[in-house]
Design a protein around this ligand. Sequence first.
Ligand code: SF4
Length: 417
Amino acid sequence: MAGAGLEARATAGRETGSTGRERTGATQSLPLQWNEPIQSHLNRGFILFLLFLESTSTMAEPAIPTPPARVLSGMRPTGKLHLGNYMGALANWVRLQDQYECYFFIADWHALTTDYADPSQIAPNSIEVMLDYLAAGLDSEKSVLFLQSKVLEHAELALLLGMSTPLGWLERVPSYKEMQENLTGKDLTTYGFLGYPVLMASDILLYQADFVPVGQDQQAHVELTREVARRFNQFYRPPVRSEADMLPALEGKVVLPEPKVLLTPSPKLPGTDGRKMSKSYGNTILMSDPEPVVRQKLKTMVTDPARIRRTDPGDPDKCPVGDLHKVFSTPETMAKVYEGCRSAGIGCIECKGWAADSLMKVLQPIQDRRAQFTEPRVIEILEDGSRRARARAEQTMIEVRAAMQMTLATEKERVSK
Ligand code: SF4
């Protein structure tokens, strides 16, 4: 990925979604040059020019602004977030919040699908994850930041979507079998675990999201959500009012628009053992790890296996530390690494020290921001965000209930006013 800019692309023409917002094709990619220093992306601002026109009697009627497309994503609170979470998701989310109407949540009910036997860490982990969201630069003034379990409509929509989702779709989800095999200490033969894709679909469809930001390997999850929405819309497309007593605004409307994938850059980020950085491998560098811990973890990181002695030349392209450099180091440092490693002019300890320097340039501002938030403030942000999310979710549920003809006459009168 280094050096390759991803151009924004649309695989189909522009269209107007049922939410009235202009939407682009089924897949979009975000532009990002990963060989630029990461910090420059984080600091990249969007300059807004406001043009003030003199008011005259001949002034054209101002155009009605198009609302920004809506984006939704979330993470399970399984513990403090690591650099892989940051580079694969959070850094992208921070940029998206300047361009889209964003909803980012903590999926605490999803954590229950695997941790139902001991839920004691889900609430404290939710606070830690929200701290990491805020530390990364998510801003509660720009994005709606909320806790899934505080918006009960997620459960209601999951139940309703579960009525029409075929069992075979869920059994065929690749991660269903994979996780059952990998998490051997847990009994995952449960209704909740099988149904997690339905809950995930409800998370997305509840906000009538236009886009879901994901990496290449997660596109299948969004595709299942699109299928769930398609099936719902086939069954429950509201007929015109003369045929059924629907809410006027719903006549013929697609209630659950199919979300689209927003491909986001997800650079290869190895853990300390050389495998993909993952909590389940125990090879992570946390966003909140203090500098001495980062340096210690890097000291133990595996290197190019061909470089056994200090005098052996190595190859940064075959070394996990080299991969870290490619993501976090400047071109000048990279040049020193390539030259020094291939000529055996530097030792791995020195090279890892440079990698730690580069990592800390990204992590230090994140950790400084984290230190500004107290737990009561985090809870306040979550409560406020959840209230805003509930208000948006209820709008969708009014339409869902009406489309499914689950609305009483008295409610119709109330929501029509
Ligand atoms: S010098 Fe750096 S890139 Fe080369 S093998 Fe050692 S740690 Fe890896």
